[in-house]
Design a protein around this ligand. Structure first.
Ligand code: S3P
Length: 453
């Protein structure tokens, strides 16, 4: 983040954590609910939407394109304008820290008859955008990025020139080099405006919220394993009716209280109504393999037929292991927190095939190696992951979040088990995904406070 740090956490060694909590709505599902609500024909009701800044960036982007979005105590009401009803925004769209906002909107806005320009904060302007720009251009979008650190790469700001009257995006068959739900979703959203089919194949299935929502709304999408096909010419009138959706709790946020319970002796923590879509449950599967005590009780379905459950974790000794391949895709956002767990696990934890972590809100491999080192945890940085040796005594550390919410929260987990006091600066980054993080941990018994430095 470009601005000066405005929040500091102080964390001290804590006794057992106990209780049952809810976490903010899933960020990925929140963005998509807003997008599909804005493009629907009428007023959609969304409950459980996160108040985090990332979802707020998407909400604000649609407001700037003429979509009325109202927040009441119970729900967010999105006055959808239909597939062709968005208006040209008066200025730059500011995506803040939200890569999902920028990449998904890049797809959606490529199909419009008005031009747009999108930018973001300092962290976002360092993130690669070629992965969406190149395939969108291949289907006829007039989209350009900005040169930056790597000569072959493109970065924000992104400019999109309008399609002219009679011009349309083309069909595309795209085999993605890296699994990415953001790229897949950008192509599917652009596919709503294309004259031909959108056929995408991923090396491993990434989170499939966009496909689930499209299916729920009657968009002609078919999925098979890691392949998806959207054919707008298949018996589809175009568009959809408004909906009432509930956004399930974010499993990537639930990871923090659940892992805190796994790490701190004597703890038991439950998180209610967490999204348990199988593309998001890599962490829970991995924890079970390592000897964690986890139970889950199904609690219905949310937006786009997403399954939800109450998850309970009880402290138990956990061993280190090797994580790689498809498991990494299913727990990509939880890996900083997994690194914290590895610090107190028995033996070595090896994380492989996770080079994507280098292009998240920070370079999460380098940042977590630095954080672990500061707490006294032996750790080796690999090009695509980390090797962490658990069991060393943790020492209170002074950490800077590097503008990355998940780094600040992972450092807080380590602070719960460290001697003395740990200080985490740049903790305002947590407001992107998990407003209320400190009060939630405190309600479970954690010794954590926040202050303005
Ligand atoms: C997201 C997809 C993931 C994830 C990100 C949110 C999404 O990134 O890391 O936090 O909502 O589509 P990829 O696009 O790299 O899969």
């Amino acid at each position: 983040m470009s601005s000066a740090p405005t929040k500091r956490y102080r964390v001290r060694r804590s006794g057992p954590l106990n209780g049952s909590v809810r976490v903010p709505g899933d960020k990925s599902i929140g963005h998509r609910s807003l997008i599909f609500g804005a493009l629907g024909r009428g007023v959609s009701h969304i409950t459980g939407l996160s108040e985090g800044l990332d979802n707020a960036a998407t909400r604000q982007a649609f407001r700037s394109m003429g979509v009325v979005v109202e927040s009441t105590d119970e729900a967010t009401l999105v006055h959808g304008v239909g597939l062709r009803g968005l208006q040209m925004p008066p200025g730059l769209i500011d995506c803040g820290n939200s890569g999902t906002t920028m990449r998904l909107l890049a797809g959606l806005l490529s199909g419009q008859r008005f031009g747009t320009r999108m930018t973001g904060d300092e962290s976002l302007t360092r993130r690669p955008m070629g992965r969406v720009i190149k395939p969108l251009r291949a289907r006829g979008a007039h989209i350009a990025g900005t040169a930056g650190a790597k000569p072959e790469e493109l970065y924000p700001p992104i400019s999109i020139a309008p399609l002219v009257e009679g011009e349309a995006l083309k069909g595309i068959e795209y085999s993605m080099p890296v699994a990415s739900a953001q790229v897949k979703s950008a192509l599917l959203l652009s596919g709503l405006y294309a004259s031909g089919p959108t056929a995408i194949e991923e090396p491993v299935l990434s989170r499939d919220h966009t496909e689930r929502m499209m299916l729920a709304l009657g968009v002609p999408v078919q999925t098979a394993g890691a392949s998806v096909l959207l054919d707008p010419n298949l018996e589809w009138a175009g568009g959809w009716e408004p909906f009432e959706w509930h956004v399930p709790g974010d499993p990537s946020s639930a990871a923090f209280p659940l892992l805190a319970a796994a790490m701190v002796p004597g703890s038991q923590v439950s998180v209610e109504d967490v999204c348990i879509n199988p593309t998001r449950t890599g962490l829970l599967d991995w924890l079970r393999l390592l000897g964690a005590r986890i139970s889950h009780r199904p609690s219905g379905h949310g937006a786009g037929d997403e399954p939800m459950a109450e998850i309970t974790v009880t402290h138990a000794a956990i061993r280190g292991s090797v994580a790689g391949g498809e498991l990494i895709v299913r727990m990509i956002d939880e890996i900083p927190a997994v690194c914290a767990l590895a610090a107190v696990s028995k033996g070595r934890t090896e994380i492989r095939d996770a080079a994507e972590l280098r292009v998240k809100e920070s370079d999460r491999i380098a940042t977590m190696a630095h954080v672990l080192g500061a707490f006294g945890v032996p750790c080796e940085e690999l090009p695509d992951g980390l090797i962490i040796t658990g069991g060393a005594p943790l020492h209170g550390a002074q950490i800077e979040s590097r503008g990355d919410h998940r780094i600040a929260m992972s450092a807080a987990l380590l602070g719960l088990l460290a001697d003395g006091e740990s200080v985490i600066d740049g903790a305002e980054a947590v407001d992107t995904s998990f407003p209320g993080f400190v009060s939630l941990l405190r309600s479970l018994g954690a010794d954590i406070t926040e202050e303005t430095p």
